[in-house]
Design a protein around this ligand. Sequence first.
Ligand SMILES: Cc1cc2nc3c(=O)[nH]c(=O)nc-3n(C[C@H](O)[C@H](O)[C@H](O)COP(=O)(O)OP(=O)(O)OC[C@H]3O[C@@H](n4cnc5c(N)ncnc54)[C@H](O)[C@@H]3O)c2cc1C
Length: 308
Amino acid sequence: MSYDYDVLVIGAGSAGLSAALTLGRCLRRVLLADGGPPRNECSPGVHGFLTRDGIRPAELLRIGQEQLQPYDTVEVQGLKIETLARQGKGFRATGHGTADDALVEVTARRVLLATGVSDVLPALPGFRELWGRGVLHCPYCHGWEVRDQPLAVYGQGSTVTGLALLVSRWSRDVIVVTDGPGHLTPNARRRLRREKISIREEAVVRLIGSPARDLRCIEFANGDLLERAALFLHAPQHQRSPLAADLGARLTSKGAVWVDSGLRTSIPGLYAAGDTTPGTQQALLAAADGNRAAIIINENLTREECPR
Ligand SMILES: Cc1cc2nc3c(=O)[nH]c(=O)nc-3n(C[C@H](O)[C@H](O)[C@H](O)COP(=O)(O)OP(=O)(O)OC[C@H]3O[C@@H](n4cnc5c(N)ncnc54)[C@H](O)[C@@H]3O)c2cc1C
């Protein structure tokens, strides 16, 4: 059976671009389906990415696409993949062009899912508007930018406790905002108190920001305003694409695409890399994952081409 491509890489963020680069260097015929912006699109800068600290997310990906140009076996298409089905040992995928909405159907011997996740923010005014600037998810990505400033950490239970203790390494002025009952154990309250982190359990009405999308203050239902420079939260996530679930691939209890140590999903020939899989979520780690998946896929294809 012949296929259009050796590998279809779905998603052109850090993981997908890195995989396409390595596969191109292996002379593999690759289609990189670029379905739209990455998860961190509204962030002013990608931090902690070796040699690229603070680069705008779109610029990082633009350089990634530019550096694919010498590899003429790699094709990048603005393409959102909508269906994925087994075909022989490989796959058939369909989708629509992001520019012209044209229907596209392709086949590939292997597929790498690098489709990322979305963050589900509280449905209160200000969270979405300030996301990535005044509302932040990760102190490793943004803590340095707001160090020593008055900060809030939003959420309940053990999640908010752990995040508040972590954020308190960047600033000694941290307040936990639980937006209603905090479900904090006496031990959690004691640990927060020991770090001089106070707790506000009133309901939140909205976040008020500046035109530059910095946080100015948190408005509570009782009318109080709490001035803060930024608010951190661990938002629930969902997969950007249902393709793995639609194919019947195993998911973890948290909804990530399960992979083994070789980034293989439970579906033979289907691999996954980056935020879509379990583990620490960082752009550099996603790029490293994409590189590793590419090597594993190339070796798997080589074994198929050179049987014992
Ligand atoms: C606000 C914010 C700020 C962040 N800041 C930092 C930071 O400073 N430093 C850092 O290291 N990390 C940061 N991160 C985390 C970082 O964004 C992720 O770890 C990284 O983007 C993961 O890369 P990825 O390639 O796995 O996924 P993504 O970058 O999200 O890329 C996935 C791509 O797949 C595409 N896609 C999805 N479905 C389909 C489909 N069906 N067909 C085709 N394409 C599809 C999406 O459009 C997207 O382009 C931040 C995250 C957020 C939310």
